[in-house]
Design a protein around this ligand. Structure first.
Ligand SMILES: NC(=O)c1ccc[n+]([C@@H]2O[C@H](COP(=O)([O-])OP(=O)(O)OC[C@H]3O[C@@H](n4cnc5c(N)ncnc54)[C@H](OP(=O)(O)O)[C@@H]3O)[C@@H](O)[C@H]2O)c1
Length: 247
């Protein structure tokens, strides 16, 4: 039996647990299980990696804390400063960030090939780090919007000067606003300044059509939610765990 799993704390609702149970069943993948490891302290990871585990996902609060305990770090995970996948081969551990790959692939599917504008990233939390690294690697210039001072724009500044949005045709919501059950919430940007040149990418995936997306659609903008990213990062984890050689 090959054991894969998730470390984090607490682990009550896990997308990955459900996703991999269904994947093993649907694709008739034999002798594999996906376990939840709700560890209360990162030190417990040291014991866990001595057990016969084939690969791990990592979630809050250990995405950064786990890094000093790993033998190697993938270049993107290193640049982002957060790990959500651990490959374990012959007792050696290597950390990856599959949010990076999930977001990159889905963004490339979403944007037209000739996209030639800048991006606004709403929010400055954990998820925004992988998003920013993808934008750097795709050479898409971006500005950051935060409730706090010290970033490129505040929401108040955007509302005072809605024409700023003319320069940013990609707007990415990395805040949790609009997540079920608070489905009426959305980032406080001047939606009236959007038009059919705009692309709105919401990392939120529940509900599948968020208030942010609806407000963009009403102005003619193209929109997508975070489901493709979520599935993409899970599939990337599976690919990383099952590579014949570490890459
Ligand atoms: N689709 C996927 O695969 C995927 C992957 C990762 C995360 N996500 C989703 O992305 C979202 C963000 O995740 P995260 O871990 O980065 O969360 P987080 O750290 O809790 O929050 C992200 C940022 O959102 C802003 N924010 C939070 N509450 C806000 C509010 N009430 N009004 C305005 N801004 C607010 C904050 O930035 P400022 O303080 O700078 O304003 C915060 O740093 C979550 O909904 C998560 O489920 C989706």
């Amino acid at each position: 039996m090959k054991t894969y799993g998730l470390i984090g704390y607490p682990l009550e609702h896990s997308f990955s647990g459900k996703y991999f149970a269904e994947k093993f069943e649907k694709e008739n993948i034999q002798n594999c299980e996906y376990q939840l490891f709700p560890i209360e302290n990162i030190q417990e990871f040291v014991n866990l990696k001595k057990q016969n585990i084939a690969g791990l996902n990592v979630t809050i609060p250990y995405k950064e804390q786990v890094i000093p305990y790993l033998d190697e770090l993938d270049e993107h995970a290193n640049a982002i400063g957060a790990v959500n996948v651990i490959q374990i081969k012959n007792g050696k551990t290597k950390g990856y960030n599959s949010d990076y790959y999930g977001f990159k692939d889905s963004l490339l599917d979403f944007l037209p090939k000739d996209f030639n504008s800048k991006a606004l990233v709403l929010g400055t939390g954990g998820a925004s780090k992988a998003i920013k690294q993808v934008l750097v690697d795709l050479s898409i210039s971006f500005n950051i919007v935060s409730r706090k001072d010290g970033f490129d724009f505040t929401y108040a500044e955007l509302n005072e000067r809605p024409a700023i949005l003319d320069d940013f045709h990609l707007i990415i919501n990395t805040t949790p606003l609009g997540t079920y059950p608070n489905v009426e919430e959305k980032p406080d940007i001047p939606y009236r300044a959007l038009n059919n040149n705009h692309y709105l990418y919401d990392l939120v995936y529940n509900p599948s059509e968020t208030a942010f997306m609806k407000a963009g659609q009403n102005q003619g903008a193209k929109t997508t939610n975070g489901l493709e990213m979520l599935i993409g990062q899970a599939e990337k984890s599976w690919e990383i765990w099952n590579r014949s050689e570490p890459q």
